[in-house]
Design a protein around this ligand. Sequence first.
Ligand SMILES: *[C@@H]1O[C@H](CO)[C@@H](O)[C@H](O)[C@H]1NC(C)=O
Ligand SMILES: *[C@@H]1O[C@H](CO)[C@@H](O)[C@H](O)[C@H]1NC(C)=O
Length: 290
Amino acid sequence: MAGVILVTAICIVGIALGIGCVPSFAQSVAFDQNYIVIGGTDDHVKKLEGGLTVQLILDQTSASGFASKNRYLFGHITMKIKLVPDDSAGTVTAFYASSESSNHDELDFEFLGNSSGQPYMLQTNVFANGIGNKEQRIYLWFDPTADFHTYAFLWNQQQVIFQVDDVPVRVFKNNEAQGLAYPSSQAMRIYSTLWNGDSWATRGGAVKLNWTHAPFIATYQDFSVDACQWSDSGSSACATSNSWWNQVNFQTLDSKSQSQLKWVQQKYMVYDYCTDTERFSAAPTECTLR
Ligand SMILES: *[C@@H]1O[C@H](CO)[C@@H](O)[C@H](O)[C@H]1NC(C)=O
Ligand SMILES: *[C@@H]1O[C@H](CO)[C@@H](O)[C@H](O)[C@H]1NC(C)=O
């Protein structure tokens, strides 16, 4: 409804400016168009406003989740999320894209909850050809429970940019030429899940989930998908398409994005596997190449 009003307003402005009316408007895409419920019983995925807003619910009976109907190879995979408010300690809200093979590729945002008033942590990770172990962790520069924010993977042949409200918080580059795995051929489904991760999520597992504060609720909007839809008949179309995310200006970070990334790394990063010498006696090869 709000989406419909917005589209109408944009059409009026568009017609006034002589650029016509393009009603391909993100807010107007409802859940059922691109997504289905996966984890949890149906009442743990609550559709509001005709599916324009959806809530994932975690309580003692069930975790919950949803997945995209289609698989995609490259694109801009986005979601607007308002995270579990107040006491979210022990909860993990994951937004990720993953392929389905035994040597799968995966791109991860994992939001680690916290006690009331304490900051969420955002963990990112990449699996390429079945191998993960590439965690980074940052704090956010805003309260992610107060409002919707957009979390996104800009994924093409050259790099994956992890974005928070268009600010790059991580870049994973294609180093296949150096013999390293990169998610370049397996189509991925898009997922979000909300579950109990209290064995590890909050202060390393020291703070447990408090069920008297259930239900824990994460809220989602904008179920559009701007990515290359995979069909089993072939992948070459996605790899060679001239979609906007494949254009030259998205193949490297421009100088503004580079300084934004540096700002995030200097001010908000709390963990980087690249500098964890206890875990990796020699820095993983991709860390020396970026
Ligand atoms: C939770 O808050 C504590 C104290 O501010 C902080 O050390 C920790 O990194 C926060 N996040 C998580 C997920 O533990
Ligand atoms: C769980 O929350 C209840 C209600 O706020 C509180 O009384 C109780 O102490 C909490 N339990 C733990 C283990 O913190």
